[in-house]
Design a protein around this ligand. Sequence first.
Ligand code: ADP
Length: 469
Amino acid sequence: MNEKEKLEWQKENEERKKNNENYFEVLSLAKKEQKQEHTAPTDCFLSCQHINKIYSNRVQAVTDFSLDVKDGEFIVLVGPSGCGKSTTLRMIAGLEDITSGDLYIDGKYANKLEPKERQVAMVFQSYALYPHMSVYENMAFGLKGSKEAVEVDGHIEMRRLTREEIDGRIQAAAKALQITEYLNRKPTQLSGGQCQRVALGRAYVRNAKVFLLDEPLSNLDAKLRIQMRSELVRLHDDLKNTMIYVTHDQTEAMTMADRIVILKLGKIQQIGTPIEVYDHPANLFVATFIGSPTTNVIEALYRNGKISLGDSQITLSPEQQEKIEAFYPAEIEAHKAHLAKLEAEPRYKDKKQTKLAKSYQKELVREKELIQAFETLNNKDEKPILFGIRPENLSSVSDSKRLSDPLKVKIEAAELLGADYYLHFSLQEKDWCAKVPADRLYHIGDEVVLKMDLEKIHLFDTITEKSIF
Ligand code: ADP
């Protein structure tokens, strides 16, 4: 572990500890919820409401996860390893208990339903097909003998399927997935794409309303992975099932999802369409996680409508100025409102200093500290900020005289990718990258003038790393 990784690890550990302070609150919530009535929302197909997961070793893997999924939507959960993606998926599948919060699937409260009663099906990384069985047998395997939830007169009954029912389902699935002609083949005689169809077929014959896919492409080689991505999107278009897909690969998320859910340390950072999260990241984490190469970020100073980036100065547009000026007062107001809400709750008046009360107290102190930090910044004429720009929003120009905010840099590495170059350079000791068309040759040591697309810049506040614009 190098120094940088060590620091990141320490930071992550700190945040995990903060997460864990929620422990007592979550458990007390869970107790309350058991007694409550559960009414399913009517405007979505699957709904996760304030879901928390704490494992028996007290690791809080998921914190306050709320998501409404429409019928037929393709949702991708994305985030670095350990952020709680699989745990969330497994809770939806019923393979893991939900510590607190409500899960509704197709109008039913699903927390207590057995996996089989949920009408969801999981598709795993390896497809998990039996090599000695034909495609038909693979699809029939899970159906034979096992009981299945069948809706009879509005209520769910468990019963075995008949041979005819099983055959009917397999034929229908094979037709939908265009694998009828392969039904008698063994998986080893199929391509990767066809195997994937069979794996989905197995989910389909179970009448699964929701397909849950856990990194299904991760052990394919790069070329096949790209092929499979579009194949899956096409399959989803054909089947129109609701799909929840887990990956750590932001490219998969961007290319496949109707909506992306970005997670970090068990908490949702942003939910949005690929374009929304790319163009308007909610915070620094999303800005640097989505997009490749990553967003360039640097500490800068804001004063009077201008941003100082080392020797360069950038003049913000009136709209951008308005946004930054409004940001700090709005944050102060929002945190004050939150604090007032917290203080109004009777739980803070608990004098016994139970562990639960202590964890609430910490939350209170944190809010007060945030308000103070924002007030201090708001009163300053010169404010530190984090400045971000994507590599594709930097362009190389030959005539620097006409430019108001040129960035003069020295190339430290020039990677030619065919149509584009990735030009690497340092700005105030930070590694930066510009993606420019390969309309000329670039070499290490070249001095280049870069222009920023000022409409595409991002600013983040230094206290919470939230996006200002
Ligand atoms: P991801 O799928 O995003 O890689 P996971 O959902 O697998 O993340 O894990 C989230 C966190 O929960 C991690 O810190 C992981 O170590 C922890 N975790 C996962 N499974 C268990 C378990 N069975 N018991 C205890 N901790 C677990």
